[in-house]
Write a protein that binds this ligand. Structure first.
Ligand SMILES: O=C(O)CCC(=O)C(=O)O
Length: 266
């Protein structure tokens, strides 16, 4: 679960940083198996997606220090309760929408303009103690994005904004408006943000390239990407348990009593 501080911060700012979410071994495993050299900002085709690159890419689908946070931010409490009453397996009640892997951010990169914001790019609501987030991003930083290096930037609080971003603010290649927060993270930290937040990438001015892995999650009935994962493609891996397979299900309401495809392993 989100702790009280994280709950306050996500509601107020539209993002949180979870320090040291990944261990040094997990970072090394991601670094050494990362295959794509220049992915820019488009989604990787889900046929050739990183979930086939190695076990670590599948492990981070369901991390014990991350999944309860995602459950709180995007999960469906009614479905969880229905499953609990029926003494069913505790499967995630959110889904993986798509993955991005950024390796193109090198010295001289001019930044990616600010984008996102309601209602263009996502949804955000908090009511009666429950978060209702649309597309929600977990960015796993594999390189230190100390605040003078670049990396993730956002205008905190804009996931609740009503007014469009003023003309000329989006482009950060020449200057960055004072209200834009530079969010530094070190390898292993995760920045979790709602796509409803106005955000972008800062110019990159250091020699070493930035490497960031983005796992983007959606509510169970909603899709951002135009194509979906098929859990059946991942049955070949012994490390795929029912929870990980459930995260890869295409969008559907996941009624507690329906038959599942693939069938539960346990
Ligand atoms: O550089 C970043 O961390 C921001 C990435 C981004 O804008 C996105 O994934 O939508």
């Amino acid at each position: 679960m989100l702790n009280d501080e994280q709950r306050f911060l996500f509601d107020t700012l539209g993002y949180i940083i979870v320090p040291d979410l990944l261990s040094a071994e997990q970072i090394e495993a991601l670094q050494s198996t990362l295959r794509i050299s220049d992915e820019k900002s488009a989604s990787v085709s889900q046929d050739e997606d990183p979930l086939h690159w190695g076990k670590i890419w599948r492990d981070i689908l369901d991390l014990p220090n991350l999944s309860p946070i995602l459950e709180d931010l995007i999960g469906n409490p009614m479905l969880r309760e229905a499953r609990r009453v029926r003494e069913m397996l505790d499967l995630p009640t959110y889904r993986l929408d798509h993955i991005n892997v950024h390796t193109h951010v090198k010295k001289g990169y001019e930044g990616r303009p600010l984008h996102g914001g309601l209602p263009v790019a996502g949804s955000f609501k908090y009511h009666d103690g429950i978060f209702y987030n649309g597309l929600t991003v977990v960015s796993f930083e594999l390189f230190d994005t100390g605040s003078n290096h670049g990396g993730f930037a956002c205008i905190p609080g804009t996931h609740k904004a009503n007014v469009a971003l003023p003309e000329g603010w989006a482009d950060m290649s020449e200057s960055v408006h004072d209200c834009v927060a530079r969010i530094a993270a070190k390898p292993g930290d995760a920045i979790i943000f709602t796509e409803a937040l106005i955000h972008g990438s800062l110019p990159w001015n250091v020699d070493a390239p930035r490497r960031t892995v983005f796992y983007k999650f959606s509510p169970i009935t909603v899709s951002w990407a135009a194509d979906f994962f098929n859990p059946i493609d991942f049955l070949q891996y012994d490390d795929m348990d029912d929870r990980k397979l459930a995260v890869l299900e295409p969008p559907n309401a996941r009624y507690p009593d329906r038959s599942t495809e693939p069938e539960l392993r346990s």
